[in-house]
Ligand binder design. Structure first.
Ligand code: HEM
Ligand code: HEM
Length: 141
């Protein structure tokens, strides 16, 4: 018998954020050791777009179950490739390979699009105080 395992967008974002922190800090430590700060911006954005933003998305979806919807899953599957493309593109650029520019641009725009999806979700789920309460304690209607 197969059992469907449903992974929520909150878990996906929290896990990706935690992994990004490991990669971002690892890169920061290696930059400190080698005294080569070429990838400073990659380090900064792995930590800020990956760790800080994604963990924040995950926390919002965890605290507001009404927001942890299909739209939140779409948000994740737009945000992840956007983030990876942007980081790969910026890393290539920083390392002096101009052919990575389109990847950095597309990654940035997709990352921006993912933020628009999140903003839409936040506005939809903060319309009433009931919507932003955890489902378990929301008044039954
Ligand atoms: C083990 C942890 C970390 C280490 C060893 C580390 C190391 C570094 C190093 C060596 C630089 C380059 C500084 C320079 O070129 O002037 C840097 C820059 C930066 N780091 Fe980290 N970092 C760590 C964690 C973080 C975290 C958690 C964040 C954000 C949440 C972060 C955000 C930044 C930013 C924004 C910059 C760019 C600052 C600027 O351009 O002035 N770092 N970090
Ligand atoms: C679509 C998303 C984003 C794009 C395209 C973008 C683009 C950029 C660019 C072009 C720079 C200048 C880099 C340089 O001078 O080397 C920069 C710097 C910076 N950005 Fe972003 N950014 C994005 C998202 C974010 C987010 C979400 C945060 C914070 C939560 C952030 C925080 C910073 C900081 C602190 C710096 C200065 C550190 C550095 O020079 O790397 N950015 N960003």
């Amino acid at each position: 018998m197969t059992q469907e395992i449903i992974v929520k967008a909150s878990s996906l974002f929290l896990r990706t954020g935690a992994l990004a922190a490991i990669f971002g800090m690892g890169l920061g430590i290696s930059m400190g050791i080698t005294q080569d700060h070429t990838l400073r911006s990659v380090h900064a954005h792995i930590n800020l777009v990956g760790w800080a933003s994604m963990f924040l998305f995950g926390l919002y979806y965890h605290v507001v179950p009404a927001a942890d919807s299909k739209l939140a899953k779409i948000h994740y599957y737009v945000a992840l490739p956007g983030f990876l493309a942007m980081m790969a593109g910026v890393a290539g650029l920083m390392l002096g390979n101009g052919s990575f520019e389109p990847l950095a641009i597309v990654g940035s725009l997709v990352t921006f699009a993912s933020m628009l999806i999140f903003a839409w979700n936040v506005f939809s789920t903060t319309k009433s105080s009931a919507a932003s309460k955890p489902a378990a304690v929301a008044p039954a209607r």
